[in-house]
Design a protein around this ligand. Structure first.
Ligand SMILES: [Zn+2]
Length: 300
């Protein structure tokens, strides 16, 4: 089986209040998941969604470094370091990622994982060691698992996608990379996912949009992101593929706040094994072990 994991930063489950939640919009078809819904909630393309805990038993507002480490290791990183940590992982979290990441665990099972996001030339010029304090959770785990980092030649060759999936951010910076439509990017993810057992893609403009607090821009962003996901769903065989979408903490679902939220985050699933994963997942820490079990369960 194949697993496609789309990690969306800063997407929580909020109130069905159109004044502050961009998910309350007639153009939204996948992310219209609200606190008052009955879970599991049915979604288009035979998908299901649940609400999972991102607070991880600690007071304060959930943050990226600890939330993502918990999500991608199955270890409660907040309890491990004693608080929520924003931004990039510190040394303690990097060590957890080195030894326990989902990439590491798939490698040990003899499975081939992949991180599909393209990296800028500066990353390759400097090397990860030189910029270790500015490496994201996904960068650290890809590096420490010894996996390939996609570059801009591979991006231009349609083997990879950039974090905004259109390359518009790169064109603005003067890079000569062709513009991808949401449909093109979704088709690239679908195609590449068939070359790996686990294909991870990270999208974080949702978190930026949450901090920016602009409702109409946030709606447009989510509509565009849904177009990318729907194209992916139309291009893959869901009888052999599990599509997983989740987040590290809330943010964009409540634009009345400039900060992240303490809301639960959605676990959105399509395809093979979706009920099994949803059934066993209460919080961020359940997802990596759940995926490992599903792969083992279906192939042993
Ligand atoms: Zn943020």
């Amino acid at each position: 089986m194949k697993i496609i994991f789309i990690f969306i930063d800063g997407l929580g489950i909020g109130e069905a209040d159109a004044l502050k939640n961009p998910c309350v919009n007639a153009k939204i078809n996948l992310f219209n998941i609200f606190q008052t819904d009955l879970f599991p909630k049915k979604l288009p393309y035979d998908g299901i969604a649940g609400a999972i805990d991102a607070q991880l038993g600690a007071p304060g507002i959930p943050q990226s470094a600890t939330g993502q480490t918990a999500l991608f290791t199955g270890i409660n990183a907040v309890q491990y370091i004693g608080s929520h940590l924003s931004g990039f992982p510190n040394e303690k979290l990097r060590i957890l990622l080195e030894h326990h990441s989902i990439f590491n665990q798939f490698n040990k099972m003899g499975k081939q994982p992949c991180f599909l996001n393209a990296y800028r030339p500066l990353f390759f010029e400097k090397g990860p060691d030189a910029i270790i304090r500015y490496l994201s959770v996904t960068s650290v785990m890809n590096w420490k698992a010894g996996l390939h980092f996609f570059n801009f030649d591979e991006l231009a060759a349609e083997q990879s996608i950039y974090h905004d999936f259109t390359n518009l951010e790169l064109m603005k910076r003067g890079y000569k990379i062709p513009l991808f439509t949401a449909q093109k990017a979704g088709a690239i993810l679908a195609g590449q996912s068939q070359n790996y057992d686990l294909c991870l893609y990270e999208y974080f403009k949702t978190d930026w949009a949450g901090h920016a607090q602009n409702l109409s821009e946030a709606v447009a962003l989510l509509v565009h992101l849904e177009k990318f996901i729907i194209t992916l769903l139309q291009h893959i065989d869901l009888s052999e593929t599990l599509v997983v979408i989740t987040s590290d903490h809330g943010n964009i679902e409540d634009l009345s706040l400039k900060t992240h939220t303490t809301n639960p985050v959605p676990l959105i699933l399509w395809g093979k094994g979706k009920e099994i994963l949803l059934d066993k997942t209460d919080s961020l820490v359940d997802i990596t072990p759940g995926l490992v079990n599903i792969v083992n369960g279906f192939e042993s």
